[in-house]
Write a protein that binds this ligand. Structure first.
Ligand code: ZN
Length: 323
């Protein structure tokens, strides 16, 4: 069954703790939503749940086929096999096939940052861009997605655009979840904000007057540092500046390699907004090749915040299958 001219789709965002699903229109509007806890240790249970939510959200008109798009964190190949996932017990797991067995409509499965990029491209911050855009989702880790010539960049196996694992600090002090040292996400994520802040407090380099001294060590997170920074804490701002600078180092490399029209930054760490983006732009600008003869593309906040995953997944399910 072709999904190419569908104007409605069910989008499902499978997170480590919650599954969010919605019935989505072609303009990205969400007409109905459902949320459930993720049975994270029960892979079959997740498939059963996604199928049930899709069934509940699909309109019941006879003959109407509503495609289903699913986004999840993990390395997901072109066949919808999850090669590896950080939060869920999926390893070389044929997720798309398993869902397709349970759902009587076309199913697509893709990486969460890829679907978020597609959503921003179609109806969000990058609407109007027609050639190349890049999305970074900065949260616990850093996810990446890219649209090139009206297509999501997939690479030869579907594993492309893992921009959080660009190695920007070879021999760097922090070990990444992927097993490498110095990946962008070790120094430019929400986790990195907490980690750098804690390091300064423990080494004694943090100024005495920082409110972060009053917190228990376990409370030093990207979130608490961001709150302190918004309240004007100079040390917290310095930490965000450092992380923003690393983010800009990554953005410079991405721009040098792909020359996008726009860079969209989303994810939980965007609570810090300009406190991260300002240093990121400055650092990226300073490292752009051909400086003075070109401009850094706009680096802007994502627009589809909480719904990015389910909206992007639904819009991708509506898109015509690539030739
Ligand atoms: Zn990595």
């Amino acid at each position: 069954v072709a999904a190419g001219n569908a104007t409605l789709a069910v989008g499902v965002d499978v997170g480590g703790t919650k599954v969010a699903a919605g019935l989505v229109g072609a303009d990205g509007s969400v007409m109905q939503r459902l949320r459930r806890d993720t049975p994270a240790t029960d892979a079959k249970g997740i498939s059963d749940l996604v199928a049930k939510l899709a069934e509940q959200l699909s309109p019941k008109q006879r003959g109407m086929v509503v495609p289903v798009g699913v986004g999840a964190a993990g390395l997901i190949d072109r066949d919808g096999v999850v090669r590896f996932a950080p939060n869920i017990d999926w390893a070389d797991y044929p997720l798309r096939e398993e869902l397709q067995d349970r759902i009587d409509a076309p199913v697509i499965v893709d990486n969460d940052a890829n679907v978020a990029a597609w959503g921003e491209y179609c109806v969000g911050a990058a609407a109007g861009v027609t050639d190349c855009m890049v999305m970074l989702t900065v949260g616990t880790g850093v996810g990446g997605g890219m649209v090139l010539d009206d297509r999501l960049l997939r690479g030869s196996h579907g594993l492309a655009a893992e921009l959080g694992h660009l190695i920007v600090d070879e021999g760097g002090q922090f070990l990444c979840g992927c097993g490498n040292h110095g990946c962008l996400e070790t120094v430019a994520s929400g986790t990195a904000v907490g980690r750098f802040a804690l390091q300064g407090l423990e080494e004694g380099s943090a100024p005495r007057d920082s409110v972060l001294h009053d917190l228990d060590r376990s409370q030093i997170t990207g979130k608490s540092v961001t709150v302190a920074a918004h309240a004007g804490d100079a040390y917290a701002r310095e930490v965000l500046d450092r992380v923003g600078t690393w983010l800009g180092v990554g953005i410079a490399s991405i721009c040098n390699a792909f020359d996008p029209a726009l860079v969209v930054v989303g994810g939980g760490a965007m609570q810090a907004g300009e406190l991260l983006l300002r240093p990121a732009r400055a650092a990226a600008e300073a490292r752009l090749i051909g400086k003075g003869h070109r401009r850094l593309p706009p680096v802007v906040r994502a627009q589809l915040t909480d719904d990015a995953g389910l909206v992007g997944a639904a819009l991708l399910a509506m898109a015509p299958a690539p030739a």
